[in-house]
Design a protein around this ligand. Structure first.
Ligand code: AKG
Length: 280
């Protein structure tokens, strides 16, 4: 694993960093089995779509779960895990609050999620959000590993456009300049990818016929935040106690790409009026 200093330098330069083997093989097996069991037991509050065991769409057989920590102690314990807290605090340089859990099953042949910035959805003001993305399977390009745009954490929130819903289960994405590098993040089970709320990221479909790409994700907001979207309530300190913050409103200014001296630059001349998809 990278030293904590290397992790922090990488995070500051690139907007993301991978802590290798932060969770043990036994923990990963336990979590994988736990969520598979929860999923086959039927629908859960906040499911992206209802569970339909005979659907042709793999995402309807294994829909993403969200906010499991509201009703599942295993998820709550994981969200507040001291290893995550330690690295989140180190990378961001401040205390964080926990707001969201998600479990992506991404079964064989499932669509991915178009490139986006989490801060577009969470609307943390001031400050930002951060994610801890734990790989529960080997993640590579064939099964739709996460992809990131290195150093895009320095960009403001971009105005969104329509995504290709044959590749993505969400319908919004962000435009990128031509030739923009998009980097696949290859991970082993137990690795945790930490990333900044403005980092552009997403994933392509799982093209395999026999491999899931499961990930357990925690979302956090920086401790200087005064506002966050209503959907993120209740907001938890990392000791589990509740913090009260104001609710941020949808909409607001967003960045658009323009050309200046032959180079793509972002101008804050756009405005997000409608939100077509509630959660990232
Ligand atoms: O796991 C994925 O494919 C996408 C996850 C994601 O975009 C997120 O955690 O914000």
């Amino acid at each position: 694993m990278l030293s904590t200093l290397d992790l922090k330098n990488t995070y500051e330069e690139q907007g993301y960093a991978v802590a290798r083997q932060l969770f043990t093989p036994d923990e990963v097996i336990f979590l994988r089995e736990h969520y598979m069991q929860l999923r086959v037991q039927g629908p859960r509050p906040g499911d992206l779509v209802g569970v339909d065991a005979i659907s042709e769409d793999p995402l309807k057989r294994y829909p993403r779960m969200i906010h499991m920590h509201h009703w599942d102690q295993v998820s709550l314990r994981w969200l507040l895990d001291e290893r995550l807290n330690h690295l989140l605090t180190l990378l961001s340089g401040q205390e964080l609050y926990a707001v969201q859990t998600m479990l992506y099953f991404k079964p064989p042949q499932a669509r991915g999620q178009a490139l986006h910035q989490d801060q577009f959805f969470l609307k943390v003001q001031p400050g930002t959000c951060m994610a801890a993305w734990l790989a529960l399977d080997q993640c590579d390009e064939a099964n739709g590993c996460l992809q990131v745009v290195p150093a895009s954490h320095r960009w403001p929130v971009l105005c969104t456009t329509r995504a290709d819903t044959s590749l993505s289960f969400t319908d919004v994405t962000v435009p990128l300049p031509p030739q923009q590098e998009i980097h696949p993040v290859l991970m082993e089970p137990g690795d945790v990818l930490f990333f900044h709320g403005s980092l552009v990221h997403g994933s392509l479909p799982n093209t395999t016929y026999d491999r899931f790409r499961r990930a357990l994700i925690g979302h956090y907001i920086t401790g200087n935040a005064e506002q966050v979207t209503a959907f993120m309530q209740p907001i938890l300190r990392m000791d589990g106690s509740v913090v009260t913050l104001d609710v941020s409103e949808p909409g607001g200014p967003c960045g658009v790409w323009v050309e200046k001296d032959g180079q793509p630059v972002i101008e804050m001349s756009g405005s997000e009026t409608t939100l077509t998809f509630r959660s990232e």
